[in-house]
Write a protein that binds this ligand. Structure first.
Ligand SMILES: [Mn+2]
Length: 337
């Protein structure tokens, strides 16, 4: 599966790496690990994203390796590079306007991803929907090439796998993911410190936002569908700088009847981000793709050019319909055996 990519790496000198908008642990971990691995092979590699690094991840990037596409200091000419790696990117649309630049260039386009909705849009595609994370695939590539698992490479790989499996809680928590993490811990990764940096770092303003979000909690379908929203006003009045929705998603998911959790985030007057999570029966990647997004069976998202309340109305009605259809013919998949 890696032959073509190994050839590109061996024959090339200069590489560029990028990932999707709204980047998170898997996206950032994968690109940092790949960059450091390529540099260990004495290649030149730069990470360029179409957005700034979310501040919670800056401790994983002490040398400021992640560059911002629109920064005035770095002038990126894609034709200067041998190949671009797009990691954890399921579709061109997830790259924003960077996609047009990449498509218009002569550069060899490589996609390494694990989203089942990925159509294989690049010149070379390694898409493994059974991989827990893009980071697990980068781990595979590195071990396939007998690369060294230095701590600088291992730490972002662990960040990828741990965050994309919800710290080994989700259905993608596999024996392979644990094997990779076992090797990463042997390489010196400090799991507890990574967890604390990510989740025990919140300001008290975050609890204020959580309180406001819980105040907007609503449900449908006898409590199987629960949603909440984050408006710009709520962010401003609570004073938070970085909104981490994982905590609220986990809180809602802890309620026994809940099957689908939806979080609506207002990004602008006519711009709304929707995050979907499900527990057992609903394929939220299908739900997300109905609204122009995509993702996984249990975690997916979409961005819409509509005001938040319009989006809430549309999404809740489609999701309710799907839940009602599904619960009529499927029993819960929560059996232990
Ligand atoms: Mn991922």
């Amino acid at each position: 599966m890696w032959e073509r990519i190994v050839d590109v790496i061996n024959e090339g000198k200069k590489f560029i790496i990028t990932t999707h908008l709204f980047s998170e642990g898997d996206a950032i971990g994968s690109e940092l690990a790949l960059k450091r691995f390529l540099c260990n092979l004495n290649k030149e590699a730069v990470v360029v994203n179409n957005e700034l690094l979310p501040p919670v991840y800056s401790c994983f990037d002490p040398d400021k390796d992640v560059k911002f596409l629109k920064s005035k200091d770095d002038n990126i000419n894609l034709n200067d590079f041998d190949a671009i790696f797009m990691v954890d990117v399921a579709a061109w649309g997830q790259l924003g306007d960077f996609a047009d630049m990449i498509k218009a260039s002569r550069i060899t386009k490589i996609c390494i991803d694990h989203h089942p909705t990925n159509p294989g849009y690049a010149d070379i595609n390694v898409i493994d929907k059974d991989a827990s994370s893009a980071g697990e695939l980068i781990y595979d590539l590195i071990t396939h090439m007998n690369g060294e698992l230095t701590l600088e490479v291992a730490t972002p790989l662990y960040l990828s796998i741990a965050t994309d499996t919800g710290w080994f809680k989700f259905s993608n928590t596999s024996a392979k993911a644990f094997k990779a993490c076992s090797a990463l811990i042997e390489a010196g990764v400090k799991s507890q410190i990574i967890y604390e940096k990510l989740y025990h770092n919140k300001h008290v303003s975050y609890l204020k936002l959580l309180n406001l979000m819980l105040g907007t909690l609503s449900s449908e379908c006898d409590g199987q569908l629960v949603w909440t929203k984050i408006t710009k006003k709520m962010i401003k009045s609570s004073g938070v700088e970085f909104v981490d929705t994982d905590v609220i998603i986990d809180l809602i998911r802890a309620v026994n009847k809940v099957e689908v959790v939806v979080i609506f985030k207002e990004l602008g007057e006519r711009k709304t981000k929707v995050s979907f999570r499900s527990k057992h029966t609903i394929d939220v990647s299908k739900l997300a793709s109905d609204f122009g997004g995509g993702g996984h069976v249990r975690a997916a998202g979409a961005s819409l050019e509509e005001p938040i309340d319009t989006v809430i109305g549309d999404v809740v009605s489609v999701a309710s319909e799907l839940i009602e259809e599904t619960s009529a013919c499927v029993s819960s998949g929560s059996s232990l055996t």
